[in-house]
Design a protein around this ligand. Structure first.
Ligand code: GDP
Length: 462
């Protein structure tokens, strides 16, 4: 290991106080070194962004001066400021939020805006500050915290010649007014936004592919990411360092249960509708996937000589699910195995929250801990369409086995398929070209975009 592993091949900058964010310096002890090195251009863009953030971000005189100006002219035509800002506002679960922050950060880099996150108490204990000597959290005394206030800045006409000092754009999936979302990447809307000192953006999506559809952004993204399927991998590892509190949970759990295993299998079982989908149907799907693809051994074969795995080796299975029944059932199955034959399978499930809870710091900590632990897996099985799984696969440089998403009691073959890339899927890409013509086939118009395996309406970069 050399110093470059500690700074992730130059992705991270030196100078941080180590004690304030232990994971930043210790994560390389838990993760395999990424075979994907960040490009020199990406590194230079990150260093440049850090400078902008440090000189224009919260706690600087420039920030206060600019925000005062924006505040005074908020209902008028755009005022000129020395720096421009981008406030990200959350919606949906933590996985959705993490992937959309990464996409928003890329947009901030592409447009030289200072990224500020509207983080409530439920998220303050999750991550370290990513930018040296500054914060990425929107100060709590900012007037732009108020929800009711934000909505009044909706773009009314995307062809307006006079831009405002504050604009709000909603890129949330299934948001009813889709016209701006559809055209976000288009030049005419970007030209309008460019003159606006403060853009407030709401998103739960990984909208990087739509940025890629803009010719100017496309050139830059290509230069920053010669390997296009590493956008989230690099930006995620750059931005999301577990806070000391989260890191303690992650490393304690890892040391207690997972460190001694020869192989770690991550198994993320997301049940989108627990009422309509029986547990047995999901369990059958999980077993069909993991046993057929030899991710886990068949129990009754273990005593025979054809047993997969070496004698005495240990496979740890980390189950992430809201429901404890999945971990329990798998554990019971492997407890039956006669000792001393084949490999032993140990099943762990850190939590079982039973339901998604919003605005709850402890609940979010558990979710973040599990996404991170899953990202340390050697082999990852995730549930189709789940952004929780996307975060783990991107951070971990893993092409997951995607469990088919059953909605009722149906059986499905194949139960899972391996993804072709670790990039998150963009579930809600534009359905029209900027001039309004329907956009039917992404791949023929944008050769770097491919239909997602887990959601045929979605696209991802390849
Ligand atoms: P998605 O809905 O699967 O795309 O993922 P999100 O992370 O956006 O939203 C699901 C939320 O439900 C998570 O953020 C957690 O709050 C909760 N959740 C779902 N599955 C799990 C799990 O396996 N473990 C934990 N701790 N929380 C989960």
């Amino acid at each position: 290991m050399d110093n470059r592993d500690e700074v992730l091949g130059g992705l991270l900058t030196l100078g941080f106080d180590e004690a304030s964010c232990i994971s930043r310096v210790h994560s390389h002890l838990y993760r395999k070194v990424s075979p994907h090195r960040p490009s020199p251009y990406l590194i230079s863009k990150l260093r440049n962004y850090e400078q902008i953030h440090a000189s224009c971000g919260p706690n600087t005189r420039t920030y206060h001066r600019n925000m005062r100006k924006i505040q005074l002219s908020k209902d008028n035509n755009a005022t000129a400021t020395t720096c421009n800002y981008l406030i990200w506002t959350p919606v949906n679960g933590l996985g959705n939020q993490i992937i959309s922050i990464a996409a928003t950060f890329l947009y901030a880099i592409l447009t030289d805006r200072v990224l500020l996150l509207k983080f409530g108490k439920d998220k303050l204990a999750l991550f370290c500050e990513p930018f040296l000597n500054s914060t990425w959290i929107l100060p709590h005394n900012s007037p732009f915290w108020k929800e009711i206030y934000i909505q009044t800045y909706q773009i009314e006409k995307d062809n307006a010649s006079n831009s405002k000092s504050v604009l709000f754009i909603n890129l949330q999936h299934s948001h009813s007014d889709s016209s701006h979302k559809e055209k976000f990447h288009c030049d005419h809307l970007q030209n309008l936004i460019r003159k606006t000192p403060l853009l407030i953006l709401r998103s739960d999506q990984y909208f990087v592919p739509s940025l890629f559809m803009n010719p100017l952004f496309n050139l830059e993204i290509n230069k920053m990411f010669p390997e296009k399927d590493t956008v989230f991998h690099h930006l995620g590892r750059y931005l999301f360092h577990p806070s000391n509190e989260a890191w303690e949970l992650i490393t304690n759990y890892y040391q207690a249960h997972l460190a001694k295993a020869d192989e770690l299998i991550g198994l993320q079982i997301r049940v989108f509708n627990a009422v309509s989908t029986p547990q047995q149907a999901i369990m059958d799907l999980v077993l069909s996937c993991t046993l057929n693809h030899k991710i886990l051994p068949k129990v009754d074969l273990q005593t025979s000589t054809s047993s997969v795995g070496k004698n005495g080796s240990v496979k740890a299975v980390l189950v992430a699910s809201l429901y404890e029944e999945y971990g329990d059932s798998l554990r019971r199955m492997y407890q039956k195995k006669p000792k001393g034959s084949g490999e032993s399978i140990e099943v762990y499930q850190p939590s079982h929250e039973r339901k998604q809870i919003f605005n709850d710091g402890k609940h979010n900590l558990k979710a973040w801990m599990e996404m991170y632990l899953l990202s340390l897996s050697d082999v990852l099985v995730t549930t189709s369409l789940s952004t929780f799984g996307y975060v783990a696969q991107g951070l971990g440089n893993l092409k997951p086995w995607l469990l088919y998403r059953i909605v009722r009691n149906e059986t499905h073959f194949p139960a899972c398929e391996q993804d072709f890339s670790m990039e998150p899927c963009y579930h809600d890409p534009p359905k029209h070209y900027c001039e309004g013509k329907p956009l039917k086939d992404f791949a023929s118009s944008f050769p770097s975009l491919k239909e997602c395996k887990d959601f045929s309406f979605g696209v991802k970069l390849v």
